[in-house]
Design a protein around this ligand. Structure first.
Ligand SMILES: [Ca+2]
Ligand SMILES: [Ca+2]
Ligand SMILES: [Ca+2]
Length: 327
């Protein structure tokens, strides 16, 4: 028993990450901070399960992708167990001084202890091209002897690093791209995609998610509610490549392909400038490739879902756009 207590004491001494919003040393970023120069406006949601070990219950239903657009406002989309949100940024996020973007969830403080809060966590990955993603190494040093329950169990933000949801509602959890500067194959000054994936949170060997130190991430579980899992509010952008509202180079790339979402026929505002166009599945498989000018781009043979369109202009510039096909 003494040995166990000593082990716990030494384990607790690791807790040294920034504390909850409102406490000295916290890195939480309030939604009104002037550091935020723009907000996410394009995202695809892949719902997770209400309860990953009982898929007969179905998936979460609360909110939709539009709840993750614009300034953090407390309106959320619930990802469910292992659900994902994939954000696209036409104007890429870059590594500037200090934090580069922040993710907002809807956690809340314990009424009894301002160090503690009910939090739901998500891992965060970034990508240049939407195909190869690089994860911020997550740390969660919550005790793992007792499962954190779906309601009413609180945790200490000082145990948590590089996981979205570390901070309570209205306070973004910031991420620093320079932490990924040694990842070969990633340009931290050209981040077009951010993926936010719910941590299941179970301590069960078969369904647990582990942190960068192979420690099980103990997070509220199970959460078999329509609002189960990570509740995504917004992504605030701190550093981006071009001024806010910038539309790429000499060609107006904003909504270059329309309508989006589409029933299968996409029109393009500037076919004549395009050299080649390719449509990918989100797993990175090329589905359609087409060269040269044409009047439209036809997806009607594909099932409904999300796709990534990648094109090359005759001047060598590249453009990426996420497409949603709804029937
Ligand atoms: Ca930075
Ligand atoms: Ca979860
Ligand atoms: Ca929102």
């Amino acid at each position: 028993m003494t040995i166990l207590l000593l082990a716990l004491a030494s384990y607790n001494s690791h807790a040294q990450y920034a504390p909850q919003a409102g406490l000295p040393g916290s890195t939480a970023m309030y939604k009104d901070s002037s550091a935020f120069i723009d907000w996410s406006s394009n995202c695809l949601i892949q719902r997770g399960w209400l309860h990953i070990t009982d898929t007969t219950l179905g998936k979460t239903t609360a909110g939709d992708a539009t709840n993750a657009f614009g300034k953090a406002d407390g309106n959320i989309v619930s990802l469910g167990d292992a659900g994902e949100a994939l954000f696209f940024f036409e104007n890429p996020i870059i590594n500037g001084p200090g934090f580069d973007f922040a993710i907002f969830e809807n956690g809340f403080l314990s009424p009894f202890d301002s160090n503690l809060a009910y939090l739901e966590l998500a891992q965060v990955e970034v990508s240049n091209d939407g195909f190869t993603f690089f994860r911020f190494p997550p740390i969660c040093e919550n005790d793992t002897t007792i499962q954190i329950g779906g309601t009413g169990d609180y945790m200490d933000a000082q145990h948590i690093h590089n996981l979205a949801g570390k901070y309570i509602a209205s306070y973004g959890t910031p991420f620093e791209l320079s932490e990924l500067s040694t990842q070969s194959g990633l340009d931290i000054n050209d981040i077009h995609y951010i993926k936010v994936k719910d941590i299941i949170g179970s301590l069960d060997e078969n369904s647990c998610v582990r942190d960068a130190n192979s420690h099980k991430i103990n997070d509220p579980y199970p959460t078999p509610f329509p609002t189960g899992g990570f509740d995504l509010d917004a992504i605030g952008i701190i550093h981006q490549k071009f001024p806010t509202g910038f539309s790429n180079a000499t060609i107006d790339n904003t909504n270059l392909f329309y309508p989006n979402p589409t029933n299968g026929i996409l029109h393009c505002k500037n076919w004549k400038a395009i050299d080649e166009i390719a449509l990918y599945s989100l797993e990175g498989k090329v589905l359609i490739r087409q060269s040269g000018p044409a009047d439209d781009f036809n997806l009607t043979s594909l099932p409904k879902g999300q796709y990534a369109l990648s094109l090359r202009f005759k001047n060598g510039q590249q453009h990426h756009q996420l497409i949603s096909k709804y029937e």
